[in-house]
Write a protein that binds this ligand. Structure first.
Ligand SMILES: Cc1cc2nc3c(=O)[nH]c(=O)nc-3n(C[C@H](O)[C@H](O)[C@H](O)COP(=O)(O)OP(=O)(O)OC[C@H]3O[C@@H](n4cnc5c(N)ncnc54)[C@H](O)[C@@H]3O)c2cc1C
Length: 283
């Protein structure tokens, strides 16, 4: 199938993008790497009248230290994030997740902002930024605002962005020395969307855990924070408290069923992945 007809505008500045969004309203969408958008147009799952190409807005592509944050511009290609020494050093969870996103050809074009703004509940990056408690920087006709990642995702493919706003950057807190991170997912083939996946981060001191966050993807209509399981893991990590903490996962997760796995299978796989993380940390 071919995409329905649309008008094409190539923007050069953020202000230009916002002017177009104001002018065309809900009939316009921004085109970033196109890896999800073009497929959805070609399959006629969406039919916007106007595409606003933001690939020429240079100010949106950067990876820089900014105070106690690592700031990544929304148009930074996924491959650049994957290969960035700054990301490896200051946001190791993101580096761990990047190789699991699709295939290199897709990561060459796909952008970090596109993956987050698309808000696919099966995607890796939304779960990562929720577990890191990152901030998202949006810009629209009323100026710039900061949205906590924990408030950004509103449901299936839905975000807190208004129709005249774009995501311009992601601000990740710099990883402190006492933080430990892990990322795991299960997919039938490497590069496929995961059946289920988990991001973990914690404060780690002499095998004792505090401030643990566990966030699951493809476990609901948005990243799912497992609060009961994480708080049951507080204290010294042992095989016994891991086992009893994992009992709480069923309170936190009620994953959907689909052709790949039913809900109980997903919950089981989530337990297995979580167990592996903490067993590796104990060994
Ligand atoms: C075969 C295949 C396999 C894939 N596997 C995975 C996978 O395993 N994991 C995964 O996470 N992803 C996967 N993807 C998706 C891929 O990561 C996309 O690159 C990503 O979802 C969208 O990024 P993009 O830059 O291409 O955005 P686009 O496709 O250009 O845009 C996606 C949506 O986000 C909006 N948007 C983009 N940028 C902004 C912005 N700055 N502000 C506001 N709105 C914006 C667009 O308007 C559009 O609605 C896969 C894609 C393909 C084709």
């Amino acid at each position: 199938m071919k995409a329905p007809p649309f008008s094409y505008i190539r923007a050069e500045t953020i202000e230009g993008v916002i002017e177009c969004l104001q002018k065309y309203g809900d009939d316009a969408v921004v085109l970033a790497g196109g890896q999800s958008l073009m497929a959805s147009l070609n399959m006629r799952l969406s039919a916007p009248g106007v595409l606003i190409d933001i690939n020429n807005v240079d100010s949106l592509s950067e990876i820089a230290l900014d105070g106690n944050h690592l700031r990544i511009g929304a148009m930074t290609r996924q491959i650049e994030v994957e290969q960035s020494p700054l990301v490896t050093q200051h946001a190791p969870l993101i580096s761990m997740a990047m190789p699991y996103i699709a295939h290199p050809a897709i990561r060459n074009r796909g952008t970090i902002g596109g993956s987050i703004a698309f808000a696919d509940p099966a995607a890796e990056l939304p779960a990562c930024i929720v577990s890191l408690q990152a901030d998202l920087i949006a810009q629209g006709s009323k100026g710039e605002r900061k949205i906590p990642a924990t408030e950004f995702f509103r449901g299936l493919y839905e975000t807190a962005l208004t129709s005249d706003e774009i995501l311009i950057a992601i601000e990740l807190p710099i990883a402190a020395d006492d933080r430990k991170f892990a990322f795991k997912e299960l997919a039938r083939r490497h590069g496929d969307y995961a059946m289920i996946g988990v991001c973990a981060c914690t404060e780690w001191s002499e095998r004792s855990l505090s401030e643990t966050r566990l966030v699951y993807f493809n476990a609901g209509d948005q990243p799912v924070v497992a609060e009961n399981t994480a708080s049951a893991l507080k204290g010294v990590l042992s095989a016994e408290n891991l086992e009893s903490a994992l009992e709480h996962l069923a309170e936190d997760l009620d994953p959907p069923s689909d052709l790949n796995a039913d809900s109980s299978m997903r919950l089981h796989l989530a337990k297995v992945l979580t167990q592996r993380i903490f067993q590796e940390w104990m060994s």
